[in-house]
Design a protein around this ligand. Structure first.
Ligand code: C2E
Ligand code: MG
Ligand code: MG
Length: 763
């Protein structure tokens, strides 16, 4: 820490930069006056020897002083000039006659200069020597050694002159002290300020009423690439600029003597642009209220501003892709809607959801998923104009906002571009090229609404429709859809109501082994005995309540009912397994396993393996790892699993192998046409062969007629379920049906020759 002197010594005038100028001025003035005197003397013809000596001595002394000045010795020049002049004045006073008193008038002037240029003590010495010299002159006069000059008697003149000199010396010393006292005060203040701010990063400056620095601390000076000492006395505008100075003055006036202003400045220390905050406080003299300049505290706020910028950016942007987030999107959408109204144009809100993105995450890992999202984000951004917005709402959902549309036909063109950009394969590191598609829902402002939230919601709804109707497509929002959604709330309320009033019922459809001609189990299928609509099939209400809490409540009812029915059948001597359909959301619901375990406990006569849970293949594939984990937990209770509607999703048999499902139910769309379409049959054959190689069994759904059984048997698919065997029936009908049912004889016949040939079966 540098030592700071809080009580600085009185400085000499020669410490000031102006000392040289002052001394030069005095020397030159003396030289000019003495030259003028020479000219005057010769003009008057006064050639007395002592007078002549003094005449020549004055310019000589001035010239010597000038010489010293030239060689840079200011203090020496001043000493030569003042004491030289003093000697000349005193000597000539001794020898001159009439002008003695007049000549001595120069002495007080010399004393003042001596005091101010050097120290008051020097002035005292000069005064004392002058008094002594004058006494000598007066005594010489009295003794008659020199001529006695009139009008005053010598001693009286000595007394008068000495008094004048003493007073001059005293006033000089006093004024010097007063001046220096103030100076010291300022110095002390500066030292205190320097000490206080030394360790802090703030930059402090005090500026006087004229706009010149009274003080600037090291930080301030360093920041501006200057030396702290050298700044004092210089205009503050030199460091902060005239513009800022004007601004500060304005602030002080408007802010009643206080103000804060931020501006950008070049930092001389680091050579970079920095943001600086300047806080000014007017310094008013308390005693007389006069304006006394101001203090300025400067702070480097670059980091603060940057952090604030970053925070603002984070608040409005998605971290992964850097795209605007929902907040910023809503903002932009609001502006776009206003502009569209003003310019009579359209805004398209495109809600985009990637298809099967979960599969990419599950297969390749989340970091690859992230890369895919980032790449897609930049591709989407490239597809639109700079004035349009691409935002990420999270997950695999994006929204593209296209404004300034004057013709509806422009919309499909742009969206097509988006779809193409998404469909272009993405190569990630050394992985294979990944392909994704998206389902896009579009709402148009003002046609579909003018409220940003409403538009987004409608585009989202349209996107869901696009998804449901087969993915990788565009759907425009339509009001019909909206009506259906409004109905949804009604449906949910109805289902709740129906559950409370026991309107639901389970029908059972048998599953058989065609080869052995035996019944192997039943599938429980939900029916709703609706008070006004009659018997409603699950397709008319389940899709609407999918993913809603009421669906899980209904699912739980199905499980409870099926178990109760099995208990009842067991008591009647019927021990066939029953399968129930469980939705993915219900399966993943917290507490599902516990509730199931509880159910098993309540039906001790039913071995858990007798319950089979059917899960849609598409559900299972949405999140293979998670579903597999849940299935494994449930399997420990003993329940079995079947993968329903196999072939409608994307599952390969490899995925199937990762799931602990014992059975695979080939979707009825493949079974329906096996009599006419050898390709479908070949598919079922392939699936059957592979599944049995993994040790899993295959059952064909939707066996419309008993004829469908023959080709299935021929390819080794022995299990079937369908109208050809029996329609789903109420529980009361099951035992009677079981007693009556006989496997059709046709299943034991050899398959027709044509079929054998098509399947390349041995003749
Ligand atoms: P699923 O699980 O694939 O059930 C088989 C569906 O095919 C049943 O329709 C059944 O009546 C029908 N079906 C049976 N044989 C034939 C046939 O030969 N030809 C044709 N065309 N169809 C046949 P249902 O009962 O209308 O059920 C439809 C879907 O609803 C079910 O498909 C299942 O996914 C779902 N579902 C049914 N009950 C429940 C339930 O209790 N809970 C859940 N979560 N879903 C259920
Ligand atoms: Mg099923
Ligand atoms: Mg099925």
């Amino acid at each position: 820490m540098s030592a700071l002197n809080l009580s600085p010594a009185l400085p000499s005038a020669f410490d000031s930069a102006d000392a040289r100028r002052t001394v030069s001025f005095i020397v030159l003035l003396t030289l000019e006056v003495s030259l003028a005197r020479i000219v005057l003397t010769f003009a008057l013809g006064d050639y007395g020897t002592p007078h002549l000596l003094s005449l020549l001595a004055t310019p000589t002394v001035s010239l010597i002083a000038l010489g010293a000045l030239r060689s840079g010795r200011v203090r020496l020049a001043a000493t030569i000039l003042l004491w030289g002049m003093w000697t000349i004045v005193m000597t000539s006073a001794l020898f001159t006659s009439g002008t003695r008193t007049i000549g001595l008038v120069a002495i007080p002037l010399l004393i003042i200069l001596e005091g101010w240029l050097f120290k008051p003590r020097q002035a005292m010495i000069m005064a004392a020597m002058s008094v002594a010299g004058l006494l000598g002159i007066s005594l010489s006069e009295i003794n008659g050694w020199v001529y006695m000059a009139p009008p005053l008697p010598p001693l009286l003149r000595w007394v008068v002159l000495s008094t004048i000199l003493a007073i001059t010396a005293y006033i000089t010393a006093l004024s010097y002290r007063v001046y220096m006292g103030r100076f010291q005060e300022k110095q002390r203040l500066a030292a205190t300020l320097a000490l206080v701010t030394e360790r802090s990063p703030i930059m402090l400056a005090a500026v006087d009423a004229e706009g010149n620095f009274i003080f600037a601390n090291q930080n301030y000076a360093r920041f501006h690439g200057r030396d702290a000492g050298a700044l004092v006395g210089t205009p503050a505008a030199d460091t902060v600029g005239t513009e800022t100075m004007l601004q500060l003055r304005r602030l002080l006036v408007e802010g009643n003597g206080h103000g804060v202003h931020r501006f950008r400045r070049h930092d001389h220390q680091t050579g970079t642009e920095r943001w600086v905050e300047i806080c000014v406080q007017q310094a008013t003299n308390l005693a007389d209220g006069s304006y006394d300049g101001y203090y300025a505290i400067l702070r480097d706020v670059t980091d603060e501003i940057r952090t604030a910028d970053q925070i603002r950016h984070l608040a409005y942007h998605d971290v992964l892709t850097g795209l605007p987030n929902r907040a910023l999107l809503t903002d932009r959408l609001r502006l776009a809607v206003v502009r569209a109204a003003r310019e009579d144009s359209l805004v398209a809100v495109c809600y985009l959801d990637l298809d099967g993105f979960k599969l990419i995450n599950d297969t390749w890992g989340h970091s690859t998923g992230d890369i895919v999202l980032s790449r897609l984000a930049s591709r989407l951004a490239e597809c639109v104009r700079a004035t349009d917005t691409v935002a990420r709402l999270g997950g695999d959902e994006f929204v593209v906002l296209i404004g300034d549309i004057h013709d509806r036909n422009e919309i499909p063109v742009t969206i097509d571009r988006l779809l193409k950009a998404i469909a272009t394969p993405i190569s990630v590191d050394n992985h294979a090229e990944l392909r994704v598609s998206a389902s896009i829902g579009v709402a148009i402002c003002p046609v579909d609404g003018e409220d940003p939230d409403l538009l987004l919601r409608r585009a989202d709804q349209a996107m869901l429709t696009a998804k449901q109707s087969g993915r990788n497509r565009i759907t425009l929002f339509d009001t019909e859809l909206e009506k259906r959604t409004q109905n949804l709330q009604q449906i949910v309320a109805d289902v709740e109501h129906g559950l409370d009033r026991g309107e639901f019922q389970l029908y059972y459809q048998p599953k058989v082994n065609m080869r052995l001609g035996t019944v192997v189990g039943f599938e429980a299928l939900l029916r709703w005995r609706h008070p006004t609509d009659g018997l409603r099939l699950p397709g008319s209400f389940l899709p609407h309540i999918e993913a809603l809490p009421v669906a899980n409540r209904l699912g739980q009812w199905v499980l409870t009912e099926a178990m109760a029915q099995m208990s009842q059948w067991a008591a009647q001597g019927m021990h066939l397994p029953v399968s129930v359909n469980i939705s993915g959301d219900h399966l993943a619901e917290a507490g599902f396993t516990e509730k199931l375990a509880d159910l098993f406990d309540r039906h001790p006569t039913i071995p858990p393996e007798r319950l089979e849970i059917e899960i849609l293949e598409t559900t299972a594939m949405d999140d293979v790892e998670n579903v597999a984990r849940i299935m494994r937990t449930i399997a420990t209770l003993g329940a079995r699993f079947a993968l329903d509607d196999f072939g409608t999703g994307y599952a390969s048999l490899t995925y199937f192998r990762r799931l602990p499902a014992q059975t695979l139910k080939v979707d009825r769309s493949f079974v329906r046409d096996i009599l006419d379409d050898p390709e479908d049959l070949a598919i079922v054959k392939g699936v059957t062969a592979l599944a049995s190689s993994f040790g899993r069994s295959v059952i064909a759904e939707g066996l419309e007629t008993i004829e469908h059984g023959r080709p299935l048997l021929a390819i080794g698919c022995d299990f079937a379920q369908g109208y050809g065997i029996a329609h789903p029936m109420p529980a009361e009908a099951v035992l009677g049906w079981l007693a009556r049912w006989q496997a059709p004889a046709i299943w034991h016949d050899e398959p027709p020759q044509a079929l054998r040939a098509a399947l390349a079966l041995p003749a």
